[in-house]
Design a protein around this ligand. Structure first.
Ligand code: HEM
Length: 461
């Protein structure tokens, strides 16, 4: 039957030629090439679980008095949206499990994208001819951050409502157009009755559709340009050495899909996440403590906490403090990322196409810059929970803020310089051994560690 269907399709569409070529396409093997796929499969899990949640979520700010199955909230006024998420969590069969899997999948999705992006950066995979795909990738990252934040805000609980209020203030701080932007996204002065409806539409239709479109372009470009590969025996700028798409690569990839789905399901089943019934419904007069966003918004939260308290008056317009840390900083950060491939080309005068990847130590200055930027983002992320740390350590939040401000200036420079030096020494050592015609042999030691020894008279491949 399969043969008849395939023949009939080939007869009408001439698919056999394309399929024969496609199924034999070679994919280079390296564990780090799985990172993009992990992101892809998290997205699949997000779509599947989100569809189920969508059946029960009520995107309405309609005030109701709760009288459901959770006695601690009886008699409390809340939005229909919050009440529907309570019902999903406590009454709907498998609702809590799917909510938790969905939330975990979102966290792992952005983490996989971030690590994938670091792999692309540190191996120079963004160089010609892949600059455009680097840009599409960054669009994917921004869309993923937007999808995470809008989803997190839907339940209308005290924690996410506080996050929304911050986002509203940051939007308002944009000079000239801030008021219009805030009105567009929130549908009125905060807290507006239209906000949840707009967030819902953006979260379940606009952003997923854009994500699917951008992913199709991203993967289409990889297919067309072929995958890069690390240097190794027989690998050149003009060939691709790896497993064929069918059956090796396809089977491995399907296995990865099952593994990702299984791990996310286990996380959702065993590790509680976002128990909104403990936070209570959003009320503008209340703020809970501790109040931290999901990890990928932590750096923005940290930036707002450490940012300068400037209020500038320019041409009769006030530019308030949240603008510098909440708008300008991410704008500069993402602009730098978008132009990086072109900036690097200007610095190195290397406009040649590259199919072979760099080892991070091959280009110490790039690796140093990347490490410095990562250190900057990590300090900001930690600063985003300084209130909790102040409580644990027993010092005042103000002192911790000052400490983090100093760390933000010092640590990235120190980490960048150290990484640069480390990478340079690794490169020099490798070059010296290569010149001597020596290969390094790595063997296990008795205690279970690794030992490196020059392998005499063996030529480097
Ligand atoms: C939803 C987010 C994303 C998904 C699902 C995704 C998916 C993938 C997949 C499956 C691959 C091939 C395997 C691999 O190299 O890992 C890939 C390669 C690539 N990705 Fe992404 N990606 C995403 C985000 C990003 C981001 C944020 C960037 C960079 C800013 C990026 C830049 C690239 C580039 C340049 C390649 C080609 C790499 C090469 O040939 O070595 N991607 N992506």
């Amino acid at each position: 039957m399969i043969r008849r269907v395939v023949l009939a399709l080939d007869d009408r569409l001439g698919t056999a030629h394309f399929m024969r070529k496609a199924l034999r396409k070679a994919f280079p093997d390296h564990w780090s090439f799985m990172l993009g796929e992990i992101a892809l499969y998290c997205f699949v899990v997000l779509l599947a679980t989100g569809t189920y949640l969508g059946f029960f979520f009520d995107a309405s700010a309609q005030p109701i008095t709760y009288n459901g199955s959770y006695p601690s909230l009886h008699g409390i006024q809340m939005s229909a949206a919050y009440a529907s998420v309570l019902r999903l969590s406590l009454d709907i069969r498998a609702g809590l499990l799917l909510r938790q899997i969905h939330h975990w999948a979102a966290l792992v999705f952005v983490a996989a994208i971030t690590v994938h992006m670091c792999r692309i950066f540190f191996t120079g995979a963004f160089r010609r001819p892949r600059e455009l795909n680097w840009i599409v990738g960054l669009v994917l990252l921004i869309l993923a951050l937007g999808a995470g934040f809008t989803g997190y805000s839907l339940p209308d609980d005290l924690l996410s409502g506080t996050g929304l209020r911050i986002a509203y203030s940051v939007l308002l701080s944009v000079p000239v157009v801030g008021g219009y932007l805030a009105f567009l996204f929130f549908g009125g002065d905060f807290p507006a009755t239209q906000t949840i409806g707009r967030l819902f539409f953006t979260h379940v239709l606009v952003l997923p559709a854009l994500l699917v479109a951008a992913m199709a372009i991203h993967l289409g470009m990889i297919w067309r340009q072929k995958h890069t590969q690390f240097r190794g025996p027989g690998r050149t700028e003009n060939n691709v050495i790896g497993s064929p798409l069918w059956p090796n690569y396809a089977m491995k990839s399907v296995g990865l899909l099952f593994a990702v789905a299984a791990i996310l399901t286990a996380l959702g089943a065993f590790f509680q996440i976002n128990p909104i019934w403990l936070y209570g419904p959003y009320n503008p007069a209340n703020v809970s403590s501790p109040a931290q966003p999901d990890w990928y918004i932590g750096w923005l939260e940290g930036a707002l906490r450490l940012g300068p308290s400037w209020d500038w008056q320019i041409f009769n317009h006030t530019i308030p403090a949240p603008f510098f840390a909440g708008v300008l900083l991410p704008l500069v950060f993402f602009t730098l990322l978008f132009v990086w491939p072109f900036l690097e080309r200007r610095i190195t005068h290397d406009g040649q196409p590259h199919q072979l990847l760099d080892h991070p130590s091959d280009v110490p200055w790039r690796t140093g810059v990347g490490a410095a930027v990562l250190a900057f983002a990590i300090v900001l992320t930690f600063a985003g929970s300084d209130d909790v740390q102040a409580k644990i350590v027993g010092i005042s939040v103000e002192r911790l803020v000052n400490l983090y401000r100093i760390m933000l200036l010092v640590l990235p420079v120190a980490v960048g310089l150290l990484t640069f030096q480390f990478a340079r020494e690794l490169r020099a050592r490798r070059n010296a051994l290569a010149e001597a015609g020596t290969r390094i042999a790595i063997s296990r030691t008795d205690s279970g560690g690794f030992a490196e020894q020059p392998e005499k008279d063996a030529r480097r491949p």
